[in-house]
Design a protein around this ligand. Sequence first.
Ligand code: NDP
Length: 331
Amino acid sequence: MSFFKSLNVEEEKKEVKIEGEAEKIKCLIIGSGPAGYTAAIYAARANLSPVIIQGQEAGGQLTTTTEVDNFPGYPQGVTGPVLMEDLKAQAERFGTEVRWGEVTSVDFSQKPYKLVIDEKKIIEAQTVIIATGATAKYLGLESEEKFKGGGVSACATCDGFFYKGKTVAVVGGGDTAAEEATYLAGIAGKVYLIIRKSYMRASKAMIARVENTANIEVLYEHNTKEITGTNVVTGATLIKKKGTPEEEEVKIEIDGFFVAIGHRPNSMVFKDYLETDEVGYIKTIPGSSKTKLPGIFAAGDIQDDTYRQAITAAGSGCKAAIDAEKYLSEL
Ligand code: NDP
Protein backbone atom coordinates (compact mmCIF):
# COMPACT_ATOMS: atom_id res chain seq x y z
CA MET A 1 0.00 0.00 0.00
CA SER A 2 1.36 3.45 -0.75
CA PHE A 3 0.15 6.86 0.28
CA PHE A 4 0.94 10.41 -0.67
CA LYS A 5 2.05 12.59 2.13
CA SER A 6 0.55 15.97 1.39
CA LEU A 7 0.02 17.78 4.66
CA ASN A 8 1.94 20.95 3.98
CA VAL A 9 1.42 23.21 1.01
CA GLU A 10 5.08 24.04 0.81
CA GLU A 11 6.20 20.48 1.01
CA GLU A 12 6.64 18.58 -2.20
CA LYS A 13 4.50 15.51 -2.53
CA LYS A 14 6.52 12.45 -1.81
CA GLU A 15 5.43 8.88 -1.91
CA VAL A 16 5.74 7.13 1.42
CA LYS A 17 5.53 3.38 1.57
CA ILE A 18 3.53 2.28 4.57
CA GLU A 19 3.47 -1.37 5.44
CA GLY A 20 1.64 -3.30 8.09
CA GLU A 21 -1.69 -4.37 9.43
CA ALA A 22 -4.45 -1.77 9.46
CA GLU A 23 -6.50 -1.08 12.59
CA LYS A 24 -10.23 -1.12 11.89
CA ILE A 25 -12.26 1.72 13.37
CA LYS A 26 -15.97 2.38 13.05
CA CYS A 27 -15.85 6.13 13.50
CA LEU A 28 -12.62 8.10 13.25
CA ILE A 29 -12.78 11.74 14.25
CA ILE A 30 -9.93 13.97 13.16
CA GLY A 31 -9.41 17.07 15.25
CA SER A 32 -9.97 17.92 18.89
CA GLY A 33 -11.75 21.26 18.89
CA PRO A 34 -15.40 21.78 19.88
CA ALA A 35 -16.58 20.10 16.64
CA GLY A 36 -14.45 16.98 17.14
CA TYR A 37 -15.31 16.51 20.82
CA THR A 38 -19.02 17.13 20.31
CA ALA A 39 -19.04 14.64 17.44
CA ALA A 40 -17.31 12.20 19.80
CA ILE A 41 -19.87 12.69 22.58
CA TYR A 42 -22.72 11.90 20.19
CA ALA A 43 -20.89 9.09 18.39
CA ALA A 44 -19.87 7.41 21.67
CA ARG A 45 -23.42 7.56 23.00
CA ALA A 46 -24.60 5.98 19.73
CA ASN A 47 -22.17 3.07 20.24
CA LEU A 48 -19.88 4.00 17.36
CA SER A 49 -16.75 3.57 19.56
CA PRO A 50 -15.17 6.76 18.25
CA VAL A 51 -11.45 7.39 18.20
CA ILE A 52 -10.21 10.99 18.07
CA ILE A 53 -6.91 11.86 16.52
CA GLN A 54 -6.08 15.11 18.27
CA GLY A 55 -3.99 16.79 15.59
CA GLN A 56 -1.16 19.29 15.82
CA GLU A 57 -2.95 21.67 18.17
CA ALA A 58 -4.65 19.49 20.78
CA GLY A 59 -7.84 21.24 21.88
CA GLY A 60 -7.92 23.46 18.81
CA GLN A 61 -7.97 27.23 18.48
CA LEU A 62 -9.74 27.79 21.81
CA THR A 63 -6.66 26.72 23.70
CA THR A 64 -5.04 29.98 22.59
CA THR A 65 -7.82 32.19 23.96
CA THR A 66 -8.39 33.28 27.53
CA GLU A 67 -11.97 33.83 28.75
CA VAL A 68 -14.83 32.34 26.78
CA ASP A 69 -18.04 34.07 27.81
CA ASN A 70 -20.27 33.11 24.92
CA PHE A 71 -20.38 29.33 25.22
CA PRO A 72 -23.79 28.45 26.69
CA GLY A 73 -23.77 26.67 30.02
CA TYR A 74 -20.98 28.68 31.66
CA PRO A 75 -22.74 31.63 33.32
CA GLN A 76 -19.49 32.83 34.90
CA GLY A 77 -17.45 32.27 31.72
CA VAL A 78 -14.69 29.71 31.28
CA THR A 79 -11.17 29.78 29.91
CA GLY A 80 -10.58 28.22 26.50
CA PRO A 81 -8.27 25.47 27.83
CA VAL A 82 -10.73 24.53 30.62
CA LEU A 83 -13.64 24.41 28.18
CA MET A 84 -11.66 22.05 25.97
CA GLU A 85 -10.70 19.86 28.94
CA ASP A 86 -14.39 19.69 29.91
CA LEU A 87 -15.42 18.69 26.39
CA LYS A 88 -12.66 16.07 26.31
CA ALA A 89 -13.70 14.65 29.69
CA GLN A 90 -17.32 14.49 28.52
CA ALA A 91 -16.32 12.64 25.34
CA GLU A 92 -14.13 10.21 27.35
CA ARG A 93 -16.89 9.59 29.86
CA PHE A 94 -18.83 7.77 27.15
CA GLY A 95 -15.82 5.79 25.96
CA THR A 96 -14.19 7.96 23.31
CA GLU A 97 -10.55 7.10 22.83
CA VAL A 98 -8.47 10.25 22.44
CA ARG A 99 -5.09 9.73 20.81
CA TRP A 100 -2.09 11.93 20.17
CA GLY A 101 -1.06 12.13 16.56
CA GLU A 102 -1.77 13.64 13.23
CA VAL A 103 -3.26 12.31 10.02
CA THR A 104 -0.38 12.60 7.59
CA SER A 105 -1.97 11.03 4.52
CA VAL A 106 -5.19 9.44 3.38
CA ASP A 107 -6.46 7.19 0.66
CA PHE A 108 -10.14 7.86 0.11
CA SER A 109 -10.11 6.44 -3.44
CA GLN A 110 -12.01 3.35 -2.33
CA LYS A 111 -13.59 1.76 0.73
CA PRO A 112 -12.49 0.98 3.32
CA TYR A 113 -11.08 4.47 3.67
CA LYS A 114 -7.48 4.43 4.78
CA LEU A 115 -5.66 6.98 6.86
CA VAL A 116 -2.08 7.09 8.04
CA ILE A 117 -1.24 8.48 11.45
CA ASP A 118 2.17 10.08 11.95
CA GLU A 119 3.40 8.46 8.75
CA LYS A 120 3.38 4.99 10.23
CA LYS A 121 0.14 3.67 11.59
CA ILE A 122 -2.63 2.66 9.18
CA ILE A 123 -6.29 2.95 10.09
CA GLU A 124 -9.22 1.66 8.07
CA ALA A 125 -12.28 3.66 8.99
CA GLN A 126 -15.90 2.96 8.17
CA THR A 127 -16.77 6.59 8.81
CA VAL A 128 -14.55 9.63 9.09
CA ILE A 129 -15.52 12.95 10.66
CA ILE A 130 -13.14 15.68 9.61
CA ALA A 131 -13.00 18.41 12.25
CA THR A 132 -9.52 19.76 11.62
CA GLY A 133 -10.57 23.40 11.85
CA ALA A 134 -8.93 26.44 10.42
CA THR A 135 -5.88 28.22 11.67
CA ALA A 136 -5.88 31.99 11.96
CA LYS A 137 -2.99 33.54 10.12
CA TYR A 138 -0.71 35.74 12.16
CA LEU A 139 1.86 38.30 11.02
CA GLY A 140 4.76 36.21 12.27
CA LEU A 141 6.22 38.81 14.65
CA GLU A 142 8.02 37.71 17.78
CA SER A 143 6.15 40.31 19.85
CA GLU A 144 2.84 38.96 18.51
CA GLU A 145 3.72 35.52 19.84
CA LYS A 146 4.69 37.00 23.21
CA PHE A 147 1.31 38.72 23.72
CA LYS A 148 -1.00 35.96 22.46
CA GLY A 149 -3.63 35.66 25.18
CA GLY A 150 -2.37 38.95 26.70
CA GLY A 151 -3.67 41.50 24.25
CA VAL A 152 -3.14 39.84 20.87
CA SER A 153 -6.13 38.00 19.48
CA ALA A 154 -7.44 36.72 16.17
CA CYS A 155 -11.10 36.78 17.20
CA ALA A 156 -12.98 39.98 18.01
CA THR A 157 -16.19 38.13 18.89
CA CYS A 158 -14.25 36.06 21.44
CA ASP A 159 -12.12 38.77 23.04
CA GLY A 160 -13.63 42.14 22.10
CA PHE A 161 -15.61 42.30 25.32
CA PHE A 162 -12.43 42.91 27.33
CA TYR A 163 -11.82 46.21 25.57
CA LYS A 164 -14.86 48.21 26.64
CA GLY A 165 -14.03 51.88 26.16
CA LYS A 166 -10.38 51.07 25.36
CA THR A 167 -8.27 51.54 22.23
CA VAL A 168 -7.56 48.62 19.93
CA ALA A 169 -6.00 48.01 16.54
CA VAL A 170 -7.13 45.61 13.85
CA VAL A 171 -4.75 44.59 11.10
CA GLY A 172 -6.01 43.49 7.67
CA GLY A 173 -7.89 44.98 4.76
CA GLY A 174 -10.37 42.23 3.87
CA ASP A 175 -13.97 41.61 4.89
CA THR A 176 -12.94 39.94 8.14
CA ALA A 177 -10.86 42.92 9.23
CA ALA A 178 -13.65 45.33 8.29
CA GLU A 179 -16.16 43.24 10.19
CA GLU A 180 -13.91 42.88 13.24
CA ALA A 181 -13.19 46.62 13.23
CA THR A 182 -16.87 47.60 13.10
CA TYR A 183 -17.73 45.00 15.74
CA LEU A 184 -14.98 46.31 18.02
CA ALA A 185 -16.01 49.91 17.35
CA GLY A 186 -19.27 49.12 19.13
CA ILE A 187 -17.34 48.13 22.26
CA ALA A 188 -14.03 49.98 22.28
CA GLY A 189 -13.54 53.72 22.49
CA LYS A 190 -11.33 53.81 19.40
CA VAL A 191 -10.24 51.38 16.71
CA TYR A 192 -7.27 51.74 14.40
CA LEU A 193 -7.57 49.71 11.21
CA ILE A 194 -4.09 49.00 9.90
CA ILE A 195 -3.97 48.26 6.17
CA ARG A 196 -0.76 47.60 4.29
CA LYS A 197 -2.03 48.81 0.90
CA SER A 198 -3.45 52.18 -0.11
CA TYR A 199 -6.91 50.64 -0.41
CA MET A 200 -9.09 48.02 1.26
CA ARG A 201 -9.75 44.67 -0.32
CA ALA A 202 -13.08 44.32 1.52
CA SER A 203 -16.45 44.52 -0.26
CA LYS A 204 -17.91 47.97 -1.01
CA ALA A 205 -20.61 47.52 1.62
CA MET A 206 -18.03 46.71 4.31
CA ILE A 207 -15.80 49.62 3.29
CA ALA A 208 -18.80 51.93 3.60
CA ARG A 209 -19.53 50.58 7.08
CA VAL A 210 -15.95 51.23 8.14
CA GLU A 211 -15.98 54.73 6.67
CA ASN A 212 -19.27 55.55 8.37
CA THR A 213 -18.08 54.47 11.80
CA ALA A 214 -16.81 57.55 13.59
CA ASN A 215 -14.43 55.85 16.02
CA ILE A 216 -12.51 53.84 13.39
CA GLU A 217 -9.37 55.46 12.07
CA VAL A 218 -8.01 53.76 8.97
CA LEU A 219 -4.24 53.79 8.61
CA TYR A 220 -3.55 52.98 4.96
CA GLU A 221 -0.07 51.94 3.84
CA HIS A 222 0.98 50.97 7.34
CA ASN A 223 2.79 47.78 8.30
CA THR A 224 3.21 46.55 11.83
CA LYS A 225 6.82 46.38 12.96
CA GLU A 226 6.29 45.48 16.59
CA ILE A 227 3.67 45.17 19.28
CA THR A 228 4.90 46.77 22.47
CA GLY A 229 4.24 46.44 26.19
CA THR A 230 5.65 44.67 29.22
CA ASN A 231 3.13 42.14 30.49
CA VAL A 232 0.24 43.26 28.31
CA VAL A 233 -0.05 45.18 25.08
CA THR A 234 0.28 48.95 25.46
CA GLY A 235 1.21 50.00 21.94
CA ALA A 236 2.44 49.19 18.47
CA THR A 237 5.15 50.50 16.21
CA LEU A 238 4.11 50.83 12.60
CA ILE A 239 6.00 51.66 9.44
CA LYS A 240 4.20 54.08 7.15
CA LYS A 241 4.86 53.88 3.39
CA LYS A 242 7.45 51.18 3.82
CA GLY A 243 10.19 51.15 1.21
CA THR A 244 9.42 54.64 -0.16
CA PRO A 245 11.28 57.92 0.39
CA GLU A 246 8.47 59.01 2.72
CA GLU A 247 8.90 55.97 4.97
CA GLU A 248 8.42 56.84 8.63
CA GLU A 249 7.90 55.13 11.95
CA VAL A 250 4.54 55.68 13.67
CA LYS A 251 3.76 54.72 17.25
CA ILE A 252 0.21 54.14 18.46
CA GLU A 253 -1.04 53.53 21.98
CA ILE A 254 -3.39 50.55 22.16
CA ASP A 255 -4.68 48.02 24.68
CA GLY A 256 -5.44 45.23 22.22
CA PHE A 257 -4.18 44.08 18.84
CA PHE A 258 -6.48 42.02 16.62
CA VAL A 259 -5.07 40.14 13.66
CA ALA A 260 -7.59 39.64 10.84
CA ILE A 261 -5.51 38.68 7.83
CA GLY A 262 -7.37 35.48 6.98
CA HIS A 263 -7.64 31.87 8.04
CA ARG A 264 -6.10 28.75 6.56
CA PRO A 265 -8.42 25.74 6.63
CA ASN A 266 -6.52 22.59 7.58
CA SER A 267 -7.68 20.54 4.62
CA MET A 268 -4.51 19.98 2.60
CA VAL A 269 -4.28 16.30 3.46
CA PHE A 270 -7.81 15.65 2.08
CA LYS A 271 -7.86 17.95 -0.90
CA ASP A 272 -7.15 15.30 -3.53
CA TYR A 273 -10.34 13.47 -2.59
CA LEU A 274 -12.84 16.06 -1.36
CA GLU A 275 -14.29 19.15 -2.91
CA THR A 276 -13.05 22.40 -1.43
CA ASP A 277 -13.63 26.05 -2.29
CA GLU A 278 -10.77 28.15 -3.63
CA VAL A 279 -9.49 28.90 -0.11
CA GLY A 280 -9.59 25.23 0.96
CA TYR A 281 -12.81 25.00 3.00
CA ILE A 282 -14.38 21.56 2.51
CA LYS A 283 -17.71 21.66 0.73
CA THR A 284 -20.57 19.80 2.34
CA ILE A 285 -23.99 18.96 0.97
CA PRO A 286 -26.15 21.89 2.11
CA GLY A 287 -28.09 21.19 5.28
CA SER A 288 -25.84 18.29 6.28
CA SER A 289 -22.27 17.41 7.21
CA LYS A 290 -21.93 15.03 4.23
CA THR A 291 -19.06 15.47 1.83
CA LYS A 292 -19.22 14.09 -1.69
CA LEU A 293 -17.82 10.78 -0.39
CA PRO A 294 -20.31 8.53 1.46
CA GLY A 295 -19.20 7.96 5.04
CA ILE A 296 -16.96 11.03 5.17
CA PHE A 297 -18.33 14.02 7.02
CA ALA A 298 -16.98 17.47 7.83
CA ALA A 299 -17.76 19.58 10.88
CA GLY A 300 -16.64 22.84 12.41
CA ASP A 301 -14.44 25.53 10.91
CA ILE A 302 -13.07 23.24 8.21
CA GLN A 303 -16.40 23.68 6.41
CA ASP A 304 -17.47 27.06 7.77
CA ASP A 305 -15.82 30.32 6.80
CA THR A 306 -18.71 32.41 8.06
CA TYR A 307 -19.63 31.79 11.71
CA ARG A 308 -16.42 30.23 13.10
CA GLN A 309 -17.69 30.09 16.68
CA ALA A 310 -17.12 27.34 19.25
CA ILE A 311 -20.84 26.81 19.62
CA THR A 312 -21.54 26.60 15.87
CA ALA A 313 -18.62 24.17 15.53
CA ALA A 314 -20.03 22.07 18.37
CA GLY A 315 -23.46 22.05 16.71
CA SER A 316 -22.01 20.90 13.41
CA GLY A 317 -20.03 18.18 15.22
CA CYS A 318 -23.30 16.90 16.63
CA LYS A 319 -24.80 16.85 13.13
CA ALA A 320 -21.80 14.94 11.76
CA ALA A 321 -22.10 12.22 14.40
CA ILE A 322 -25.81 11.85 13.72
CA ASP A 323 -25.11 11.67 9.97
CA ALA A 324 -22.39 9.05 10.59
CA GLU A 325 -24.68 6.97 12.78
CA LYS A 326 -27.44 7.10 10.16
CA TYR A 327 -24.99 6.15 7.42
CA LEU A 328 -23.75 3.12 9.37
CA SER A 329 -27.25 1.98 10.25
CA GLU A 330 -28.24 2.07 6.58
CA LEU A 331 -25.23 0.05 5.40
P1 NDP B 1 -8.75 38.06 2.83
O1 NDP B 1 -7.75 37.12 2.28
O2 NDP B 1 -9.86 38.52 1.97
O3 NDP B 1 -8.00 39.40 3.31
C1 NDP B 1 -6.84 39.34 4.06
C2 NDP B 1 -6.38 40.76 4.31
O4 NDP B 1 -5.26 40.70 5.16
C3 NDP B 1 -5.96 41.49 3.05
O5 NDP B 1 -6.31 42.85 3.14
C4 NDP B 1 -4.46 41.34 3.08
O6 NDP B 1 -3.76 42.41 2.50
C5 NDP B 1 -4.17 41.38 4.55
N1 NDP B 1 -2.94 40.70 4.87
C6 NDP B 1 -2.55 39.44 4.57
N2 NDP B 1 -1.34 39.17 5.07
C7 NDP B 1 -0.93 40.32 5.68
C8 NDP B 1 0.23 40.69 6.37
N3 NDP B 1 1.24 39.83 6.55
N4 NDP B 1 0.32 41.95 6.86
C9 NDP B 1 -0.69 42.83 6.70
N5 NDP B 1 -1.83 42.55 6.06
C10 NDP B 1 -1.95 41.30 5.56
O7 NDP B 1 -9.24 37.38 4.19
P2 NDP B 1 -10.58 37.63 5.00
O8 NDP B 1 -10.46 36.77 6.21
O9 NDP B 1 -10.83 39.06 5.20
O10 NDP B 1 -11.72 37.04 4.08
C11 NDP B 1 -11.68 35.69 3.62
C12 NDP B 1 -12.90 35.43 2.73
O11 NDP B 1 -14.07 35.42 3.54
C13 NDP B 1 -13.10 36.51 1.70
O12 NDP B 1 -13.58 35.94 0.53
C14 NDP B 1 -14.13 37.41 2.31
O13 NDP B 1 -14.89 38.12 1.34
C15 NDP B 1 -14.99 36.41 3.07
N6 NDP B 1 -15.66 37.05 4.19
C16 NDP B 1 -16.90 37.54 4.01
C17 NDP B 1 -17.56 38.18 5.02
C18 NDP B 1 -18.91 38.71 4.76
O14 NDP B 1 -19.38 38.62 3.66
N7 NDP B 1 -19.58 39.26 5.74
C19 NDP B 1 -16.98 38.36 6.35
C20 NDP B 1 -15.64 37.84 6.43
C21 NDP B 1 -15.03 37.21 5.39
P3 NDP B 1 -3.67 42.63 0.90
O15 NDP B 1 -5.03 43.13 0.48
O16 NDP B 1 -2.60 43.64 0.81
O17 NDP B 1 -3.31 41.30 0.33
